[in-house]
Each structure stands twice: as C-alpha cells, then as structure tokens.
Design a protein around this ligand. Structure first.
Ligand code: TRP
Length: 445
C-alpha cells in the first residue's frame, strides 16, 4: 500500500472541516428550523447544544481519528478494540445513506441557480418547486451533483479536498456576508432582526420539549458529527497541532456562517411579510425563491444565494464521500479515482428513489436525522468516554498546553452530559419515527 496522504497545511485541515460542517444544514435548514421552533428562543438552545454537546463530541471524533490514522472502520481495530468496528461500519453506512439524498437536494440547488438566472420560477415559486423536485429531471441533476463530488474526491486529500475547500469556504463567507450587508437596506426588514435576535423566554420555557431535540439534532448535523467525517479528516492530520484549538475554530466559524445565513434570510422574509415558520423540505426553496421573485435585482440575488448554497453543499458532500472512499483506499490496491467513481455510482443509485418523490426523500432524511446520527454519535462517545479513556485524554492533550484539569473537564462531559443529551434526542427521534411509520400504515390501510 502506498504512503497515506496527509493535509498539506493546518489551515487546509481547518478549512476542509469547516467546509464539511458548513452545508445545506446552515444555509437551508438552520434559518427554517429557527423559524419553526420559535425564533431566537431556538437559537439560545442551539448555541448551548453546539458548544456544550457538539464541541466535546467533535473532539471525541478528532481524538480517535488522529490517533488511529485510519478510516472509521479500521480505526477501532488499530486502537486495539476490534469489537468496536461495528460502530465504524454504522458511521460509514450512514455517510453513504446521507449522501444519497443530500445529493438530490444538491441537484435542486443547481436547478435553482439556472432558474434564478432565467427567472423560471418568478411566475409561481410553489408550482416550480413541485415541478422540479421529483422526477427524471431531479435524477439528472442528482447525477450532476454527484459527478462534481466524485471529481473532487478522486483528486485526493490535498489536491482535491484541501485545494477546493480553500477556495470554496472563503467564497461562501464573502458572498453570504455581501448578501447580509445588502439585506440591511431592505424596508421593513427590522422585524426580521428582532424576531431572530431577541429571544422570548416564555416561548423557550413553554416549548423546551420540542426545541431541545431539534436543537441537538441540528447541532450534530451541522457539525458533521456521527458519520465519521470528522474522524476521517482528523486521520489525515499527521501533525501535532492543538485539537481543541482547531476544533474551536471550526465550531465558531460554522456557527458564524449559520447566523450569517439567518441575517440574510429573515430580513428578506419579513420585508415581504412572509412567515418563516412553515416547515417541510421544500419550504426554504419555495419561500426564498418567492422572495427573490418580488425583489428588485431578484435574479442576481437569487443566483448569488444559490451559488453559496451549492458551494456549501458540495464541500459537505465531499466529506461524506471521503468517509466511504477512505475505507476502500486503505484496504484495496485500486486507485482512489476508480474507487471514488464506483462509490459515487452506487450512492447515486441509492439516492434515485428519493428523487422520485418528496415523501420518500423526507423518509431518507428522517432516518438519518432521528436514528443514524444520534445512535452513531452515542456509540462514539461511549467509546471515548468509557473504553479508550486514558489514551483519549493523552491524545487530546498532545500538542496543546492543556492541563490535566481541562482534559478531565472534557472527559467528564464526554462521559455524562453529552451522552445523556444524545440519548434523550435519540429516544425522541425514535418516537417521531414511530409516529411517522404509524401515519404511513394508516395511509396504506
Ligand atoms: N454538516 C453538513 C451540513 O450542515 C452536512 C454533513 C456533511 C454531515 N457531513 C456530514 C452531516 C456528516 C452529518 C454527518 O449540511
């Protein structure tokens, strides 16, 4: 087997991880989750979830990845715990699964770039979404998005992922920042800022039962946790920089981009008197496209917004494909590009059914969100917190000035608060899956 690749620079690793984290989750899902869960009250809980649960969990993945220098499946064996490789298998299969439908949504985004440029959705944004979201066209663009993802991963860790995310991540921040500055000029956008930035404590207390799992789920998804993506990226470190410092940079940048997306979306919606609360996978596309259709220079704004979304989606998709590719690159003699193409084709095929109907896509999403992600994160946490404890603490401290106390505090979180939070989320997620399945059974009977 040839020499395993490593990141060329520390910034390269950080930007690749930020690229993985910043995705459809931030720009598309986050503002609408916020809208559906009571506005700024949701953000308070979300921020707590990101820093108290997401950040320690991310460090847990980093610690496993950097120490093992292997893909998620082989990492456990390499650390001397062969039995735990089933956790790596779960994560790898989940990455496979998520990418299958993520790529279908990526295809919609490509469609909306074109649709904005030509003004195709200006006469009716709801009908437009209905027409493009499912069917042969959606399959075609799913293929295009997948081909782009394969192209980057085939080029390798440094030449493909590191180089492309170094361009994509700054572009996302600049374009989104530009849109946020423009949004300040909107008449009547002020109500949007108030809704978004001033939490209402009564709403928070009254709805904590539904806000909490949504916030924790969103925190995992947006930080790319549970599927071995961060584990895999950390396995290419081959250097002794501080994991807590790098992790903190990644978490802060990701949060910043999510909040920035809200500073674009909410003023737009409020200036046009649109309620941000409606849920559903299509809501973001329908509402925003409807808004662009009414704004001066809406075509240009639409193109810029959806280009941001495409860059964000692509830099996340490559991290998902990399998880699966890394396993085969580490274990076979075939070239990375052959493997990436073959895997891309297989994942494409798995995603095809979800391109034929929104209810199917929403099932794919629910299984990932409510079951695979929390289960996988929980297993990783138990491994680091209770099984591989001493080595994990030493690994966390490697390359840092972090004292015993800081490492112990982290370990305490990883053993108790974090898995409990995840467990509650998992149980609530299972309940919501059961409700969904019940509804389905009723519809069939
Ligand atoms: N974080 C990405 C987003 O916000 C999605 C993503 C990429 C992801 N890799 C992941 C989610 C791994 C879970 C696990 O869109």
């Amino acid at each position: 087997m040839s020499q395993r690749e490593t990141w060329a620079t520390r910034v390269g690793f950080i930007l690749a991880a930020v690229g993985s984290a910043v995705g459809l989750g931030n720009v598309w899902q986050f503002p609408f989750q916020t809208g559906a869960n009571g506005g700024a009250a949701f953000i308070v809980v979300y921020l707590a979830a990101v820093f108290l649960i997401g950040f320690p969990a991310m460090l847990a993945e980093f610690v496993i990845g950097r120490r093992a220098e292997r893909n998620p499946i082989d990492a456990f064996a390499r650390l001397g715990h062969r039995d735990w490789r089933v956790v790596g298998v779960l994560g790898t299969l989940s990455a496979f699964w998520i990418l299958a439908f993520y790529s279908v949504v990526g295809g919609w985004v490509i469609r909306y770039i074109v649709g904005s440029a030509t003004g195709a959705y200006f006469s009716g944004s709801e009908a437009y979404f209905g027409a493009i979201a499912a069917g042969p066209d959606a399959v075609g663009l799913h293929a295009v998005f997948m081909a782009l993802t394969v192209g980057v991963v085939a080029l390798g860790v440094t030449d493909g992922i590191e180089r492309s995310t170094k361009l994509m991540v700054p572009s996302i921040v600049l374009l989104l920042g530009g849109l946020a500055v423009w949004a300040v000029t909107l008449d009547g956008g002020g109500a949007g800022y108030a809704y978004y930035l001033s939490p209402d404590i009564d709403t928070l207390v009254a709805n904590i039962g539904s806000i909490l799992p949504a916030a924790v789920g969103q925190a995992f998804f947006t930080l790319s946790l549970g599927m071995g993506a961060m584990l895999t990226y950390a396995s290419y470190l081959g250097r002794d920089d501080s994991l807590p410092a790098d992790g903190a940079t990644i978490v802060v940048l990701n949060t910043f981009v999510g909040l920035l997306a809200g500073l674009v979306v909410f003023p737009i919606l409020f200036s046009l008197g649109i309620e941000p609360g409606s849920g559903g996978l299509g809501a973001a596309f329908i509402t925003l496209a409807g808004a662009f259709a009414q704004l001066p220079a809406g075509r240009l704004l639409g193109v810029v917004f959806f280009v941001v979304l495409l860059l964000a989606a692509l830099s996340s998709a490559i991290s998902l494909l990399e998880v699966v590719t890394a396993y085969l690159v580490d274990n076979t003699d075939r070239s990375r590009s052959t493997l990436a193409v073959a895997l891309g084709a297989a994942i494409f095929a798995l995603g095809v059914p979800s391109a034929f109907g929104l209810p199917i896509l929403s099932w794919y999403n629910a299984i990932a969100y409510n079951l695979l992600l929390p289960l996988s994160v929980l297993c990783l946490l138990l491994f680091v917190g209770w099984v591989d404890t001493d080595d994990a603490v030493a690994e966390l401290r490697r390359g840092t000035g972090l004292g015993e106390g800081g490492a112990v505090a982290w370990l305490w979180f990883v053993r108790t608060v974090v898995p409990l939070g995840v467990l509650v989320t998992l149980l609530l997620g299972l309940q919501s899956l059961a409700v969904r399945a019940g509804l389905l059974a009723e519809a069939v009977v």
